[in-house]
Ligand binder design. Structure first.
Ligand code: 5GP
Ligand code: ZN
Length: 139
């Protein structure tokens, strides 16, 4: 896709620090890393988000994520790696080409802010109603 920065990274029109590539997937370092080794894994075929991804590309991204995460683990020895993927502006997706983030956490770096939320018991009636609504909508 012409105006997509990640499509341009795949073709090399925009330079990137590539760490892995196969026939379906491209992986490179994020230019604004949340932590050392912050890596993005993208499908070579443009898809905006989860809803536009084919099963084959989703599967390829997950397999590549495991491969790249294993490389990060070996190279940097983090004490955890967050795997995050955002869909839509409301979820803070900024680049509209599907991408998986791998964010290693180094010992002593503290908890990743996105993983910190207040634990409060929910309203069981509301949870059940919402669950039923989602279950009924799954095709
Ligand atoms: P999002 O919020 O859409 O999940 O994250 C987009 C990510 O892409 C951000 O972490 C941002 O730093 C990264 N990014 C945006 N533009 C470029 C670029 O031109 N090159 C690289 N390597 N990363 C980029
Ligand atoms: Zn694209």
């Amino acid at each position: 896709m012409e105006n997509c920065i990640f499509c341009q990274i795949i073709t090399g029109r925009i330079p990137s620090v590539k760490v892995y590539e196969d026939d379906r997937v491209f992986a490179f370092e994020d230019i604004n890393p949340i932590s050392e080794g912050h890596t993005l894994i993208i499908p070579k075929t443009h898809a905006e988000n989860l809803f536009e991804m084919t099963g084959a590309d989703l599967s390829a991204v997950i397999h590549a994520s495991k491969k790249v995460a294993s490389g990060i683990q070996k190279a940097l020895s983090p004490d955890g790696i967050a795997m995050l993927q955002l869909n839509g502006r409301g979820a803070n997706q900024v680049v509209m080409h599907y991408h998986m983030h791998l964010v290693p956490r180094m010992p002593g770096a503290g908890r990743l802010p996105i993983t910190i939320w207040e634990i409060k018991a929910g309203d069981m009636d509301a949870i059940q109603k919402t669950g039923a609504k989602i279950a009924a909508a799954i095709e």
